[in-house]
Write a protein that binds this ligand. Structure first.
Ligand SMILES: [Zn+2]
Ligand SMILES: [Zn+2]
Length: 335
């Protein structure tokens, strides 16, 4: 099916690709469901996770590096709106948080490089980012969250923690590195995660779950060693069950990214699409893992997201699904 789809995408001109994708949903070919396994769950499970990263995610982006600060500020503006929606529908989310956001300030001590104690990744390129010159921390404003609000967010982390719905704070590395074994040594990975663990501990938070930046999954041995229990990873199917991997970590499949796409779909189309994941998780007693960037499109937050959350809430109230954080799901799978 995947091959047929890529063939069709090659045959049809680009302006048709949106229609083609929509058609897959109309024909119920998408979302794909893993029918090869028997689900151990008695109802569907919905997981939501956010890549909470602000300007850090975009510094080396091939397409957005000139807008890193702007993206960070957009994210800052969106987070309170998102939190009030999650409150309204009582939906907990795992916020995979870049460690630097815990800081109220940082400084370029002794006039050296920022975060001189942190190891740097070597120059690299992956499908989304290029880091070819300068110091890894060259964009760090070495300032504070009031003066450079795109680079620090202790206030937003407090807001997330104070929410009554029981959000989880997870990890997204300290400086949004590429975590693949190819581009990240175990030492770099360990230093990044230890910095996050230490900062989180100061706020009374135990980090248990990670979303690898840009899907750069890797360094699992170190992840396990540092006490993490789960990570998010794209699986062969959109609707699937988590598995305990060879290192004893729970691999939670990711299903769908909540945001406006490049296609000009209607509000109705977006709602229908996102709901199809939730409905299929309920029907098959499997997991739908919806993830998003808090810097997502405002139009989507206003028009689509409330309807998606409303549907999740309805299914929870009808006892068809549970909404779990990544940590809670990992606990359930391991017990
Ligand atoms: Zn800094
Ligand atoms: Zn990210």
């Amino acid at each position: 099916m995947k091959r047929l789809y890529s063939l069709l995408r090659k045959i049809f001109p680009a302006q048709w690709h949106g229609l083609l994708t929509a058609l897959l949903y109309d024909l119920k070919i998408k979302p794909t469901i893993n029918k090869k396994v028997k689900s151990p769950f008695t109802k569907g499970i919905i997981v939501l996770s956010a890549d909470f990263e602000m300007a850090w995610a975009f510094r080396y982006s091939k397409t957005k590096k000139n807008r890193a600060e702007q993206m960070g500020l957009k994210e800052r503006m969106n987070v309170p709106k998102l939190l009030s929606l999650f409150e309204e529908y009582r939906i907990p989310v795992t916020w995979a948080t870049v460690g630097h956001l815990f800081l109220e300030k940082c400084s370029n001590e002794h006039g050296t490089i920022p975060h001189a104690n942190m190891p740097r990744p070597p120059f690299f390129e992956n499908s989304n980012w290029t880091f070819f010159n300068g110091d890894w921390y060259q964009h760090d404003p070495c300032s504070n969250y009031k003066e450079s609000p795109a680079w620090y967010a202790p206030d937003l982390i407090d807001q997330i923690m104070q929410s009554s719905v029981g959000h989880e704070i997870g990890c997204h590395t300290f400086s949004h590195i590429d975590c693949t074994d190819k581009n990240c040594s175990p030492d770099l990975f360990e230093a990044e995660l230890k910095a996050c663990i230490e900062l989180a501990n100061k706020k009374g938070i135990q980090l248990k779950s990670i979303a690898f930046p840009g899907g750069t999954n890797g360094n699992y041995l170190t992840l396990k060693k540092l006490g993490f229990t789960s990570y998010r990873k794209k699986a062969n199917y959109n609707i699937d069950i988590p598995v305990i991997d060879e290192r004893g970590l729970v691999r939670i499949p990711s299903s769908y990214s909540l945001d406006k796409s490049k296609y000009n779909w209607s509000v109705r189309r977006y709602i229908k699409m996102a709901n199809s994941f939730v409905d299929n998780a309920a029907k098959n007693k499997m997991v739908a893992h919806l993830w998003f960037h808090p810097s997502m499109d405002e139009w989507y937050i206003e028009n689509v997201l409330p309807k998606v959350l409303e549907n999740i809430r309805k299914q929870v109230d009808e006892n068809k699904v549970d909404v779990l954080t990544m940590e809670q799901l990992a606990e359930r799978v391991r017990s």
